[in-house]
Ligand binder design. Sequence first.
Ligand SMILES: Nc1ncnc2c1ncn2[C@@H]1O[C@H](COP(=O)(O)OP(=O)(O)OP(=O)(O)O)[C@@H](O)[C@H]1O
Ligand SMILES: [Mg+2]
Length: 259
Amino acid sequence: MNAVDAQANAVEVRGLNKFFKAHHAVVDVDFDVPAGGSLGIVGESGSGKTTIARMLVGLERPTSGTIAVTGRDRSRPARGARERGRRARELQIVFQDPYTSLDPSQSARAAIEEVLRHHGRDLSLTQELVDQVGLTERQASARPRDLSGGQRQRVAIARALAASPKVLVLDEAVSALDVSIQAQVLNLLADIRAETGIAYLLISHDLAVVRQLCDTVLVLRRGRVVEQGQCERVLDAPAEDYTRALREAVPVPGWSVNA
Ligand SMILES: Nc1ncnc2c1ncn2[C@@H]1O[C@H](COP(=O)(O)OP(=O)(O)OP(=O)(O)O)[C@@H](O)[C@H]1O
Ligand SMILES: [Mg+2]
């Protein structure tokens, strides 16, 4: 890592826009995630949160604007396997339901090894990752169908960490879990951030989750930033009616599920 990267924000987004046909899903969005910091993105269903995450990870191409991760631009598609690999080592994402992304025939351990191998990392790190996400030996040998939702999410987190990223994007990563399991996974994520200095971008419809894990928060409405700042300021004393309404909305199960 050179001196420039050491100074750089983990993520810098400027003037980000995404049009889907006639629909303007993301409108002139700016934000930073400091190295080792943690930004939450909140907003009602359809406000553009996942679209931002998909652009960060390269699953969707911005219509305009720039995205830099650890100081390196990624607004254009990666050229070749080398650059794709480097981008994957800079930023990883965990979605709401890891069931669809886990290979049903693969044990948790094999799934973690696969990512280590892909990134040319030492396979002996597998055990470290298994321990880090709190999977037991028996769970590490189990296939996805024999794991609970919380355990599968731990496997997904271990796989993301196996790439040794600087940034972890969590898109409703704990939303599908029971409250007590959710609390365990949130504690795990807080511990991992303290241990590794990895930066988080956490997308959630649940402001309590954001408050627990994030330093700063960005409020999104119809693709636009309504307000952003320190969690205590924005969530405890919102400047905007929209944020106040979000805060007062009672979470409804399934509310944030993508249409
Ligand atoms: N591939 C696509 N083609 C057309 N429209 C899309 C596409 N992906 C997303 N959209 C639209 O863009 C808007 C933002 O969607 P997005 O999934 O980013 O919302 P979200 O904030 O993540 O919502 P949720 O809380 O329900 O997950 C929605 O109106 C959605 O219908
Ligand atoms: Mg979404």
